[in-house]
Ligand binder design. Structure first.
Ligand SMILES: [Fe+2]
Length: 188
């Protein structure tokens, strides 16, 4: 007997220490932000990727994105962070379901992640189909990566996630009293 996990691409999770909280609030004080997937929360315009304060994080992301890509691609390809932006979700704010078009990989780095401030949750690409044809999938004794129609990542401050840009995801509401601060990015 053989069992094949077809078309599987995982999510890459690393951790990296930075001290970018003051920087994020400084950007917020100068940039009124933009409306994208953020409900109630703040999202900055694209950051200046040449800002020296961002270089350690960018280097970490590009190094890890390369390792991630090499875990399933069989040729070398340089990967660059093409865009970064800040999300500051205060109490009750959240992010609507979305993907990151025109990008290979995307990800998020947690600058500040208080308890109960909302997890990033990924949705199975065929969730509607599964709900109709495989209703038993929601009736598990134990949920695993293979039998779930959505999956939340219980990340903490300093964690960095990288995933295919076509992975649909949203961010749950921040039910804490403190800000949830993250830096999102796209990689090409
Ligand atoms: Fe996103």
């Amino acid at each position: 007997m053989s069992y094949y996990k077809l078309f599987e691409i995982g999510l890459w999770a690393t951790a990296f220490n930075t001290d970018l909280k003051d920087y994020c609030y400084e950007v917020q004080s100068k940039d009124q932000g933009r409306k994208k997937t953020n409900i109630l929360g703040y999202q900055s315009n694209p950051l200046n990727l040449r800002d020296p304060i961002l270089q350690p994080l960018i280097n970490h992301i590009e190094f890890e994105a390369y390792r991630y890509a090499r875990s399933f691609l069989t040729y070398d390809r340089p990967l660059k962070v093409e865009q970064m932006w800040i999300n500051i979700n205060h109490t009750n704010s959240y992010n609507k379901s979305h993907t990151h078009p025109q990008s290979y990989f995307s990800g998020v780095y947690y600058v500040s992640k208080p308890e109960d401030s909302g997890h990033i949750t990924f949705t199975h690409p065929y969730t509607d189909v599964m709900d109709s044809y495989w209703p038993f999938v929601n009736d598990q004794k134990e949920f695993t990566h293979s039998n779930s129609s959505e999956w939340s990542m219980y990340s903490k401050e300093g964690d960095c996630l990288i995933f295919p840009s076509f992975y649909r995801h949203h961010v749950e509401p921040n039910y804490s009293k403190e800000d949830r601060i993250s830096i999102s990015f796209n990689i090409l």
